[in-house]
Design a protein around this ligand. Structure first.
Ligand code: BDR
Ligand code: CA
Length: 337
């Protein structure tokens, strides 16, 4: 009885991602916290091809688990969609400049960091998402850090499986800000606007953690100086991204888009949200991928199927939360300490 009771208090998470430098940092802080038990990591096209996203995630899961001070159970990784729902594929030349040619900066150029490949599977991501939603119900939070293709496919196949899911936290979109891939669109939504449109209009409890807050989540790269082997690995992870930021914005920092979404899933009060209707331009025109967030006054309370859109950020609180979780890895400080 006591065991069942404590089991019923467990919070589970499923992370859908396209690693990706900031996806990797998001998984790092997620695994370092006892807040969620991780059922699965599912992977999707986006920063890299679906094939590379799957491989990178398996490498990452193994690497992170090897370095955690408090071990966590193995987290299986599943392969996902290779194309957007409308069959389109993005030109990834800018992604390569941010995330490196294979998505993980220079982290896995060092072969010593590739000792193991985490557990994989041939089961498609959408199927795992449906299974876990049905199995965990109100104990499950789904966090998406890439294009929403896998989740939209899962919703199309089995919408009823999601009726009890606690929350879906989406990194993507922009309400009051210009986009980061076109003037209208944020990257994850641009990669698959139709999928985003279906998720945002699903009526499920969705939080949109978009550029309005993530663009402010800047992390100074000097904080990675010194330390031990884990910190050195993160330096290699962010090296290409930091060079890109320096060139583009003249800044010695990187933007923690995905880590902020993962942190919000664990600690929702890091952001202030308002309920709004969110539509997405799924055309092939100039506004493709734009999230049209209805911010007109007094709409929130009456709106059907609102999305909780993050507009305010506790930046200091987030950065403290982020660093405190990275400190939980062996090799953040000098090795052997
Ligand atoms: C999003 O796009 C990707 O490049 C990042 O990993 C993040 O998920 C930010 O727009
Ligand atoms: Ca991502």
């Amino acid at each position: 009885m006591a065991e069942n009771q404590s089991e019923s208090l467990v919070r589970y998470a499923l992370v859908d991602c396209d690693p990706g430098v900031d996806d990797a940092l998001a998984l790092a802080i997620g695994f370092a916290s006892p807040f969620f038990r991780y059922d699965a990591v599912t992977t999707v096209h986006g920063n890299v091809s679906a094939r590379l996203a799957y491989r990178n995630a398996r490498r990452l899961v193994a690497f992170l688990r090897d370095h955690l001070e408090s071990p966590i159970p193995d987290v299986p990784v599943y392969p996902g969609a290779a194309l957007a729902l409308d069959g389109s594929r993005l030109n990834r030349s800018e992604s390569r400049m941010i995330h490196g040619p294979e998505g993980m900066g220079a982290m896995f150029d060092n072969k010593k960091r590739l000792r193991r490949l985490g557990r994989g599977s041939s089961k498609p991501a959408w199927e795992v998402i449906v299974e876990q939603a049905a199995r965990r119900g109100s104990a499950l939070t789904i966090i998406t850090l890439g294009p929403l293709t896998n989740l939209a496919l899962a919703l199309r196949r089995a919408p009823g499986a999601f009726s009890r899911v606690k929350r879906i936290v989406v990194m993507g979109g922009a309400a009051r800000m210009p986009g980061n891939v076109t003037p209208a669109a944020e990257f994850n939504i641009y990669c698959d606007p139709l999928a985003a449109k279906e998720v945002f209009s699903s009526g499920l409890p969705v939080t949109m953690v978009g550029l309005d807050v993530t663009r402010r989540a800047l992390w100074r790269v000097e904080e990675l100086e010194g330390g031990g082997s884990f910190r050195a690995a993160l330096r290699d992870l962010i090296r290409v991204y930091a060079r890109f930021s320096k060139k583009r914005r003249g800044a010695d920092d990187i933007t923690l888009h995905d880590p902020l979404a993962l942190a919000v899933a664990m600690k929702p009060d890091l952001v202030e949200t308002i309920p709004c209707r969110v539509d997405v331009d799924a055309s092939r025109g100039v506004a493709r991928g734009m999230t049209l967030v209805d911010l007109r006054e007094n709409r929130g309370a009456r709106v059907k199927n609102p999305v909780d859109v993050a507009l305010g950020l506790d930046l200091k609180g987030f950065l403290a939360f982020f660093i405190s979780h990275l400190r939980k890895y062996r090799g953040w400080d000098e090795d052997g300490k």
